[in-house]
Design a protein around this ligand. Structure first.
Ligand SMILES: Cc1cc2nc3c(=O)[nH]c(=O)nc-3n(C[C@H](O)[C@H](O)[C@H](O)COP(=O)(O)OP(=O)(O)OC[C@H]3O[C@@H](n4cnc5c(N)ncnc54)[C@H](O)[C@@H]3O)c2cc1C
Length: 487
């Protein structure tokens, strides 16, 4: 056996320096050659390291072969071997939401919990010179002024309340972070952020098409920025970047049709504004997991395993699931048999909560637009420091400006909403991902808003599938629960 290093990502500035210092044909420096050589593995018996050398020596040939294999044969996965790291600086939080919808990519973003906000925000070009520009800027200025006042009041209060924590190493920073994390509920979704993003060429191609069909000009501009970097030096693997009617018109068609359906009249009058409700769970969820666990080594068909499990009593099923979960440490994923059952929740969450929720890529999230009619989330600490009045005043002003923007620029209305405003989300995830989400988000280090959501999701899931969820907990409770369950 041989294992060779075929490539790795290094800082682009280093690559540029190396290119300048070496007497290279600069066109050679492209990840397309990796895709091309790997694509040839399936048909060429030579060592892949030789195929790589051939591709690097003949970049034009590598590009032609990529085009034939990726776009001719439809073998798109070879584009995944070309990976890019992109710095994205000065993008609004609203636009960040659109970017981070892509599952098969990695993101690390500026945290509004750990960094003091300086009041930087995005102003849509469409507003410039128009009467709305002034109102937009004044409202954002008011939100940001309120942020500073909340931050100061919360800091003062929390430093006294958590005096013991403040004395511990890093305690001061932690408590300061708590003040920021609650003060930021008042700032707008136009607030600027930055992130590092890692994505392969296939993901980037999908992103570019989606971004170019966005209703936000800011996101369309981002697509051009990304394409000008990656599209130019990887032309053979990033090709389908223009949106078609399916990308651009689908949402309008669905909106129009939904409007015609008179859904409110057909419903049962339940507003669906509960913070968390469980809409559905796989029937006989505990039995389904048990059947999947025993199926692996039984030599029986899955149907036979399920029939057998359905006739077992609770104690027997408990034994199966305990065996599957025993010896697990908090950092181990529960095994894949837990992917055989699904939970579908409806959540009404603040933008701040959603910003964290959306990062759980291994789930299905269907979102509605933000809607001030769903109210807003007031962090309890803001009530504690008697700052609810200025907070509510900022919300009222935001809602007024929102209404005015909505009239003239409906696509841009959400920029003025804040981290406290809410949206509904349908969240479907299997039990394996639920274990992961709850482990991170019900943990003591998690932010309180998403921690409450995770705790409610946990309680509802336990009710529906008590055996499957017997070890569902935040990671700080893992040892205690393990002692309870396993003795
Ligand atoms: C306390 C706390 C603080 C945080 N602070 C920040 C912050 O400051 N900035 C910030 O940007 N984010 C922050 N996050 C978000 C965090 O980085 C994760 O994005 C988020 O928790 C989702 O977790 P995940 O990626 O493990 O989950 P999912 O995306 O749901 O993935 C589930 C699992 O699938 C696997 N997986 C998914 N995608 C990949 C992949 N591409 N490669 C390899 N394995 C993969 C991993 O095993 C992963 O655990 C914070 C999270 C917590 C809990």
């Amino acid at each position: 056996m041989k294992v060779l290093l075929a490539g790795y990502n290094v800082d682009a500035d280093i690559i540029e320096t190396l290119k300048e210092k070496a007497d290279w044909d600069r066109d050679n420096v492209t990840p397309e050659t990796l895709s091309a050589s790997y694509a040839r593995i399936s048909r060429d018996p030579r060592d892949v390291s030789v195929l790589r050398q051939v591709a690097s020596a003949e970049v034009d040939g590598a590009r032609k072969s990529n085009e034939r294999i990726i776009f001719g044969f439809g073998h798109h996965s070879v584009a995944e071997h070309a990976v890019f790291n992109l710095d994205i600086i000065g993008l609004s939080r609203l636009a960040v939401e659109e970017v981070q919808r892509a599952r098969l990519a990695s993101y690390t973003e500026k945290s509004q919990r750990y960094i003091t906000l300086e009041g930087d925000y995005f102003t849509p070009e469409e507003f410039r010179g128009e009467p709305i520009e002034r109102e937009f800027r004044e409202t954002v200025a008011f939100q940001n002024k309120t942020y500073s006042a909340l931050y100061e009041a919360l800091k003062k209060h929390l430093f006294v309340k958590h005096a013991e924590t403040v004395k511990t190493p890093l305690g001061e920073r932690t408590v300061d972070g708590w003040a920021k994390e609650d003060a930021r509920y008042v700032v707008s979704l136009a607030t600027l952020s930055q992130m590092g993003m890692t994505a392969n060429a296939r993901t980037l191609e999908n992103m570019l098409r989606r971004f170019r069909s966005s209703r936000l000009p800011e996101v369309r501009e981002l697509a051009d920025g990304i394409f000008s970097i990656v599209g130019n030096f990887t032309p053979s693997i990033i090709q389908f970047t223009e949106p078609n009617a399916y990308d651009t018109m689908r949402r309008d068609d669905i909106r129009e049709m939904s409007g015609e359906l008179n859904l409110a009249a057909a419903g049962d009058g339940h507003a669906g504004n509960d913070s968390v409700s469980l809409i559905s769970c796989t029937p006989d969820a505990d039995a389904v997991i048990c059947a999947a666990v025993v199926f692996q080594y039984s030599g029986q068909s899955y149907r036979e395993c399920l029939d057998a499990v359905m006739n077992m009593n609770d104690g027997e099923k408990r034994r199966i699931i305990k065996t599957a979960l025993s010896k697990r440490e908090f950092f181990n994923s529960v095994d894949r048999t837990f992917e055989t059952i699904d939970f579908t929740y409806e959540l009404t969450v603040s933008a701040s909560n959603y910003a964290q929720l959306k990062r759980h890529r291994m789930s299905t999230q269907i979102v509605q637009d933000y809607d001030p009619a769903l109210g807003f989330t007031v962090p309890p600490s803001i009530t504690e420091v008697n700052m609810e009045v200025p907070f509510r005043e900022a919300m009222d002003r935001s809602a007024e400006t929102y209404a005015r923007i909505k009239e003239a620029y409906p696509d841009l209305k959400n920029y003025i909403l804040t981290n406290a405003h809410r949206r509904r989300v349908v969240l479907k995830l299997n039990a394996r991902e639920l274990y992961h989400l709850v482990s991170l988000r019900e943990d003591e280090h998690a932010q309180w808003d998403i921690r409450e959501t995770a705790a409610e999701m946990n309680a509802l899931a336990r009710n529906a599938a008590p055996l499957a969820c017997m070890m569902l907990c935040g990671k700080n409770s893992f040892s205690r629960l393990r002692d309870e369950v396993f003795g």
